[in-house]
Design a protein around this ligand. Structure first.
Ligand SMILES: Nc1ncnc2c1ncn2[C@@H]1O[C@H](COP(=O)(O)OP(=O)(O)O)[C@@H](O)[C@H]1O
Ligand SMILES: [Mg+2]
Length: 234
């Protein structure tokens, strides 16, 4: 499954009169990962929502390969190949794992089949008949990722996927995401977990007050005390 690259240029977003995103630009080559780090309120979630078309007002250019996504409603952005997993995972507790996967799935070109999902997510295969309410936090996160891929995942966008997860599950999630990258998926990760983000992604963007303040490699970021102190507070 080969995913085209994402190119975001001069993205702006507003909530009412508040100009939240102020010219965010970033690019993720096909099959690569990028992470956005930043303090609470920096605009990380708003960046993902704007790419999806979920903010009330936005401007700028968003392209996935040759496809222009800006101006499209969220369901069209999803169908074009952007699999978005919001911070609130939205697993249905009264439905089984399998029902959670199929309830919103529609036959989409490039979407994953149930069998492909269960091959890649053995933990979900073992629990396919379990209720959503019987899953651990880590399993719910994996189910939310799997469900997003069923619509047509070429670019996976995750909002703080490790939040609240035990360290062993965080490691398992990291292995899974690396496998998905090897499959050719692109990944845009929003994280507070510095180690998780820098292990998965060579390219880091530091977002502060709605602007990209720094972009570069994880190793360069760790050496830059001014940036980490001012914009990450570490
Ligand atoms: N629905 C909303 N209505 C108004 N303001 C919002 C809304 N969502 C977020 N904001 C504001 O936008 C800014 C960025 O928020 P957000 O993107 O959630 O930051 P982060 O994900 O980096 O913590 C914050 O100042 C926040 O208060
Ligand atoms: Mg957020």
């Amino acid at each position: 499954m080969i995913g085209p690259g994402l190119i975001v240029e001069n993205l702006n977003a507003w909530y009412g009169d508040s100009h939240i995103l102020q010219g965010v630009s970033l690019a993720i080559p096909q099959g690569a990962a990028a992470a956005i780090l930043g303090r609470n309120g920096a605009g990380k979630t708003t960046t993902l929502k704007s790419i999806m078309g979920l903010t009330p007002r936005r401007s700028g250019s968003v392209r996935l390969g040759a496809l222009k996504l800006d101006g499209l409603p969220p369901y069209r952005v999803a169908r074009a190949g952007v699999a978005y997993v919001p911070e609130v995972r939205g697993v249905f507790s009264s439905l089984s794992v399998e029902e959670n996967l199929t309830v919103s799935a529609r036959a989409t070109q490039g979407g994953w089949t149930l069998e492909q999902i269960f091959d890649r997510f053995p933990r979900l295969a073992n629990r396919r008949n379990h209720g959503g309410n019987m899953l651990s936090g880590g399993e719910q996160q994996m189910l939310a990722i799997a469900r997003a891929l069923m619509t047509n995942g070429r670019l996976l966008m995750l909002d703080e996927p490790t939040e609240g997860l035990a360290p062993t599950i965080v490691e398992e999630l990291s292995v899974l995401l690396r496998e998905l990258l090897e499959d050719g998926l692109s990944l845009l990760l929003v994280e507070q977990n510095f180690t998780f983000a820098t292990n998965l992604s060579k390219k880091i963007h530091v977002l502060g007050k709605g602007r990209i303040r720094w972009s570069g490699s994880a190793s360069d970021l760790m050496k830059d005390e001014d940036i980490t102190r001012t914009w990450l507070g570490v």
